[in-house]
Design a protein around this ligand. Structure first.
Ligand SMILES: *[C@@H]1O[C@H](CO)[C@@H](O)[C@H](O)[C@H]1NC(C)=O
Ligand SMILES: *[C@@H]1O[C@H](CO)[C@@H](O)[C@H](O)[C@H]1NC(C)=O
Ligand SMILES: [Ca+2]
Ligand SMILES: [Ca+2]
Length: 357
């Protein structure tokens, strides 16, 4: 009898020791993730329009996170193998430029030619036919890690986001679980070649876009389910306000459309049925120790794709989904060009093309 009692006590102590160990060695110190409340602006129902995409470059574009089209109609994308590939108007793909990297993310065309690319490891890069240069690798003496998306203004300034100053691309899940604001919005000034911090303390700063008149800048805060508007001109210059909030997904890249509206890709970060994970600190401490459990929590990403079209005043105009992710999933970017939408993704080996008319 006494022996059984002791065995139970021992087991209890072991369990406590195990939990303490897990909590003590947890890679995160989590906060509660504020989930979006059902939005009053979101009256547009889910559909399956994204299942109509045409697959461009299928099989040789590993995880093309972002897409950009230059003024000659050449389409660019950066893939996991470090290649910048481009699609010519005649329909042929070209392996254009390569760097040693598996972490190329947001891209944007430069007004005077070439492509500006965010690399999580190296910072802000510029590619031209002559080669690659590093535009920005440090800000205030610290290395820029996890640069996520960039946009160039007419004066040559480049605005770009740093998703997280704590975590990396391969540990981005931990950034959601920790739910603390480690994101930044930076500005690279080509005249001085200096980089400065415009906004700090953002919840995973992701896509950046300029308005048609360049009077404001938008930056998406993924884990806040919102995008911010930062005024660059006018009487509100320097002020930041909410552009859109309570989005039905975490906003990734954002792109200006020819008509002055914006396309935003939304990620299924909080998968239906796993909401409770994000609102429990203890659970997040435990889960963060187990890659398999983390994978399960974020498995919804590969089961859905959503993009929305938002007016310059922040109202949602259109929405396209692949509700099951059967054709395209984990869409991270939507770019409109000549009545078509081009879609980047972290879970496909193609760029999606969707006729808008
Ligand atoms: C398509 O255009 C590109 C760029 O002008 C050229 O290099 C390529 O050879 C062309 N391909 C075909 C099949 O015409
Ligand atoms: C916002 O802009 C859209 C498109 O231009 C327009 O249809 C809508 O009425 C506007 N909404 C508000 C609240 O101004
Ligand atoms: Ca971009
Ligand atoms: Ca992004």
């Amino acid at each position: 009898m006494a022996l059984i009692k002791h065995a139970w006590l021992l087991l209890l102590l072991l369990v406590i020791a195990f939990l303490l160990q897990i909590i003590f060695f947890s890679p995160i110190s989590p906060d509660i993730l504020e989930l979006p409340s059902p939005s009053s602006v979101l009256i547009v129902p889910s559909n399956n329009r994204l299942q109509e995409v045409i697959k461009l470059g299928e099989g040789f574009l590993p995880a093309p996170e972002d897409v950009a089209v230059d003024k000659n109609g050449i389409l660019y994308t950066a893939t996991r193998d470090g290649w910048i590939r481009r699609l010519h108007r005649n329909g042929s793909w070209e392996d254009w430029m390569k760097v040693e990297s598996s972490t190329l993310l947001g891209i944007t065309t430069a007004k005077r030619g070439g492509l500006i690319v965010c690399d999580c490891e190296k910072g802000l890069l510029k590619f031209t036919d002559d080669g690659v240069t590093v535009l920005a690798s440090h800000v205030h003496g610290s290395e820029i890690r996890f640069a996520d998306d960039a946009i160039e203004a007419s004066d040559g300034s480049v605005y770009f986001s740093v998703a997280s100053t704590k975590f990396q691309l391969h540990t981005w899940h931990l950034d959601v679980l920790e739910a603390k604001p480690y994101g930044q919005l930076l500005k690279y000034d080509p005249a001085t070649e200096e980089t400065s911090i415009l906004l700090d303390g953002l919840y995973f700063a992701n896509g950046v876009a300029l308005s048609k008149d360049e009077d404001f800048l938008l930056v998406c805060e993924s884990w806040r389910f919102r995008c911010l508007k930062h005024w660059l001109k006018g009487e509100s210059k320097g002020k930041t306000e909410i552009f859109i909030e309570n989005l039905p997904g975490a906003p990734d890249n954002i792109n200006l459309a020819p008509d002055g509206t914006f396309w935003i890709a939304l990620l299924q970060v909080v998968f239906k049925g796993t909401e409770f994970v994000h609102t429990s600190r203890a659970l997040k401490l435990i889960i963060s120790n187990f890659p398999k459990a983390i994978g399960l929590v974020f498995s919804g990403l590969k089961k859905k794709a959503t993009v929305i079209n938002v007016a310059a005043n922040g109202s949602i105009l259109r929405r396209f989904d692949d509700p099951t992710g059967s054709v395209i999933s984990f869409v991270t970017s939507a770019v409109e060009f000549e009545d078509h939408l081009y879609l980047g993704s972290l879970n496909t080996d193609f760029v999606g093309k969707l006729p808008l008319k």
